[in-house]
Design a protein around this ligand. Structure first.
Ligand SMILES: [Zn+2]
Length: 477
């Protein structure tokens, strides 16, 4: 039978606010255990929470960027559960009135078509504490307790692990660009759980789903979903019955393992949070936030293709980070040479950045400098080979390429008389070249070109050398 996956993702995002969601404690990562705490986030009796409006603003901003509607009436709820990491024995979250609903993220299917992955809801909630297990017992650190989160819940519209990865990649780049979170999966500020079931292709009913936890990297997400799809297909093919389960991705074993089976939906007994006022969000409030949203990465990506005519692949790579996108945008504008700008940024400059562990924001040269480099190549002042050297100097010294070319004497030599005299010297010194050429071994030309290049210390225009070597050889045979 031909099966398809039905996947929905739940993404927890830690918002980058200075203080926690319902108290004034710092949200700083790390710190001595239990040093970023107060009676509110420790759940001490009598302590009263207060909403941090920055959390609400960032949640609204995220919702608007993800094409959501905003709930004008917002209420917080208590999700009751007993666990050592929850000192109040409940988590403050939103159940009935999530702040955002009905949005979407666009992905491209394997067939190359645009597809909207629906967003069910985004709600605000607080993080729990962290348990530290050791041989002596278990300790709890409440520094994370009360740190603001939003949970972004997709509709079960995802059909392949690749679509899931695209969805998360796009979501991550939008969140980063909005400045609402630092979205570091390794520090837990972006966490992803998923639901997956399978069904016969074309069927409308849903199969039995399993929930997958601990997919803490993009690679893990794709691998876990693929594993789970194969596992469920194999089970059905073998006539086994699937049950609703929560499974965990085991990175080292590269498989999902059962954490618990559940026969029915969670019963957390949600209650309205009586210690917090409900929020009425005005139109002006929403519009004020909407006005603060700048061009998003995917909008930039589309504009780069439209405005500069660069390939879609280049536009995708260049908009992976905002700094890179801005650097390209400016260079393309100043130089009028978008393809050149894209080639250098994606090629030599990215390579050097990787080698030296430099971020684009730390580059010592500007888009104007890169634009000048493109100009020098275009005018034939330097060859591409020399430009590669110039870029290395730009990296190390941060000087304008014109200054570097001047100082290091890297100007390309286009003087045909001079170059011809060098070619002649090379051919005189290597009589076998003419001999080989006469015998039809034209590959030997490459040797002559290389020797001339060497003799002119790489400064002679390679196109001219090529031309003159050929002419001089033809003359001598
Ligand atoms: Zn606190």
């Amino acid at each position: 039978m031909n099966y398809e996956a039905v996947i929905g993702l739940e993404v927890h995002v830690e918002l980058s606010t200075k203080t926690k969601a319902f108290c004034g404690c710092t949200t700083q990562y790390g710190g001595k255990p239990n040093s970023h705490v107060c009676p509110v986030c420790l759940g001490l009796p009598g302590a009263l929470p207060r909403v941090n409006l920055e959390v609400v603003n960032k949640a609204i901003k995220t919702g608007l960027a993800l094409n959501c509607s905003i709930n004008r009436f917002n209420r917080f709820d208590r999700k009751n559960y007993f666990y050592p990491d929850a000192p109040k024995s409940y988590q403050i979250t939103q159940n009935d009135f999530p702040i955002c609903y009905d949005g979407y993220i666009e992905v491209t299917t394997a067939e190359g078509e645009k597809k909207k992955i629906g967003l069910e809801r985004i709600h605000m909630e607080e993080d729990a504490g962290k348990q530290l297990h050791s041989s002596k017992g278990t300790l709890v650190d409440f520094n994370r307790s009360g740190v603001p989160l939003i949970e972004i819940v997709s509709k079960p519209d995802i059909r392949t692990p690749e679509e899931a990865t695209q969805y998360l990649t796009k979501l991550r780049s939008i969140l980063l660009s909005l400045g609402v979170s630092d979205v570091k999966m390794e520090e837990g500020s972006l966490r992803c759980d998923g639901n997956i079931s399978i069904r016969e292709k074309g069927a409308t009913e849903y199969g039995v789903k399993s929930e997958i936890k601990n997919m803490n990297s993009f690679k893990a997400l794709e691998k876990a979903l693929r594993y789970e799809f194969d596992r469920q297909v194999a089970a059905l093919e073998n006539g086994e019955k699937l049950t609703v389960e929560t499974r965990r991705w085991d990175e080292s074993a590269e498989k999902t393992v059962v954490m618990r089976s559940k026969e029915m939906a969670n019963d957390y007994r949600y209650f309205p949070e009586g210690d917090l006022v409900s929020l009425n969000i005005s139109e002006e409030w929403i519009e004020g936030i909407r006005a603060s949203i700048r061009e998003l990465p995917h909008e930039k990506e589309e504009r780069f293709v439209r405005e500069y005519g660069i390939p879609a692949y280049d536009a995708m790579v260049l908009t992976l980070t905002e700094d890179m996108a801005d650097f390209f945008d400016e260079t393309a504008k100043i130089s009028g040479d978008a393809k050149g700008a894209s080639n250098w940024l994606m090629g030599d400059i990215s390579r050097l950045m990787n080698e030296k562990g430099t971020w684009i924001s730390e580059l010592q040269f500007t888009p104007k400098d890169l634009s000048d480099l493109l100009g020098l190549i275009r005018e034939g002042t330097i060859s591409t080979a020399i430009a590669k050297k110039v870029v290395e100097f730009m990296f190390a010294e941060g000087k304008n390429p014109k200054v570097i070319v001047e100082e290091k004497g890297l100007v390309q030599n286009n003087d045909e008389d001079f170059i011809l005299s060098e070619v002649k010297k090379v051919l005189d010194a290597h009589p076998n070249v003419v001999e080989d050429y006469r015998n039809g071994k034209t590959k030997i030309m490459g040797f002559a070109v290389g020797q001339t290049m060497k003799a002119t210390k790489g400064k002679a225009n390679p196109a001219i050398i090529n031309k003159l070597v050929k002419e001089e050889l033809d003359r001598r045979i």
